[in-house]
Structures are given as C-alpha cells and as structure tokens.
Design a protein around this ligand. Structure first.
Ligand SMILES: C[S@@+](CC[C@H](N)C(=O)[O-])C[C@H]1O[C@@H](n2cnc3c(N)ncnc32)[C@H](O)[C@@H]1O
Length: 210
C-alpha cells in the first residue's frame, strides 16, 4: 500500500457523477444546515441496496434526502424506504427530493420522530437494509434495534464511522469519537454479524446479519 493515499481517496470520492436531482437535494441540505453523505458514500449506498436486492429499508437521519435518493436508486421497484428524522423541515425537503427523483409517494414512508422512539415500533426481522446517519450518542441502542429489525442476510450500514480520522487516533477522546470507536469494535466482535470498515467518506461501517 502506498504511504499517502489521499490523492486516490479524493479522486474516488469525487468520481461519481451526480445529476440535477442530487445537486438540488445537496443545495437544500446546505440551506437547512444538514450535512449529507458525499458522492462516494452515496454511490456505495446505491450499489449495496441494488446488489443485496433489498426491498425494505430503514434510514435513521433523513436530512434533505440525499442518502434517501441514493438508496431509492438501488432498491427494487416494489421496495419501500422507511426514513426517520426529528425535524419536519428536513422531511419536507426530503419528500421534494424523492418526488424529483421520480419515486412514487408510496415507496417512501417518512416518519417524524426520534429514532429512539420510532425504531422500537418497527417490526422484527422485516427489513433488508438499515442505514444509520444521525445522533451518534444514540448509536449503541440503534445498532441493537437494527439487528432486531434485519432479516437474515440483511445489511447494517453506519455513516461517519471513522469520525474524520479521529476514531483511529487513540488520543481522540471526544464523546462522539469514543462512541464510534466502541460501536466499531462491538460490531467487529458481534457473532451475529460479519462486518467491514470501508474508508469511503468519513468511514462507512458495513455489516451483514448472519
Ligand atoms: C447527517 S444528517 C442526515 C443526512 C442524510 N442522511 C443525507 O445524507 O442526506 C442527520 C439528520 O438526523 C436528524 N436527527 C438528529 N437526531 C435525530 C434523532 N435522535 N432521531 C432521528 N433523527 C435525528 C437531523 O435532524 C438530521 O436531519
């Protein structure tokens, strides 16, 4: 492995070509002060959703819909994306993005509320994919909920899992960093899962339920 991969990382991150729908969703994210997934993570979400032939997906942290559009573009035609956010303005912007992406309203279930309140109400072993992109302190609980929600062979995906290079630095002791480090190790050691840490974006932790 070459010593400095930063040039290749930047190239890979920016390689996906994004269309007008995605660029408008990014603009709305910016206006609302939401940080959306980058193009590299977005492309991986589409690939994972398509390759796993997922029909039912849950997203925690809708934002203005950038990651949701990426997931919808990979999910099958009959699939349903359930996406959760505490902020109704974010959900409104996301619904605009989903409509612009040509997704029929019945393919998305947008739920307003805290993930900690909403996830326990969703059905056991009914989902093919769970994507977590909100509220890092709540992650340990969301991961347990995700394992309950996933069918066998279902995918768990966690965004920002390397926390801007802070997780890999043992001196990084911020609360969020510590949670992400613990969650990464707990998932690695969890016998119910097989996992891999992708360096895409700020780290994309991917695990499959055995
Ligand atoms: C990083 S943004 C999500 C970006 C989105 N995934 C995308 O790529 O477009 C995080 C979102 O999580 C929402 N959020 C924060 N805490 C939450 C919680 N406890 N439950 C549900 N949503 C939450 C915020 O309102 C925000 O829209």
């Amino acid at each position: 492995m070459s010593a400095d991969k930063s040039t290749s990382w930047s190239y890979a991150e920016d390689l996906p070509a994004e269309d007008e729908v995605m660029l408008r969703a990014r603009e709305r994210s910016f206006e609302l002060g939401v940080t959306p997934v980058g193009p590299g993570v977005g492309a991986v979400l589409t690939v994972l959703a398509a390759s796993s032939k997922a029909q039912t997906a849950v997203e925690v942290g809708t934002g203005a819909g950038v990651s949701g559009v990426c997931l919808l573009r990979g999910l099958g035609r009959q699939s349903v994306l359930t996406t959760i956010d505490v902020d109704v303005e974010h959900l409104k912007a996301a619904r605009e993005a989903f409509a612009e992406a040509g997704s029929p309203a019945n393919r998305t279930r947008t739920i307003s509320g805290r993930a900690g309140d909403v996830l326990p109400r969703l059905t056991d072993a009914a989902y093919d994919l769970v994507f977590l992109d909100a509220d890092k302190p709540g992650l340990p609980g969301y991961v347990e909920q995700a394992i309950r929600l996933l069918k066998p062979a279902g995918l768990l995906i966690i965004n920002d899992a390397l926390d801007k290079d802070k997780v890999s630095n043992p001196a990084g002791r911020e609360a969020t960093t510590v949670v992400l480090r613990q969650v990464g190790k707990a998932i690695r050691d969890d016998e119910r899962l097989a996992s891999a840490m992708l360096p895409t974006g700020d780290g994309l932790l991917v695990a499959v339920k055995k």
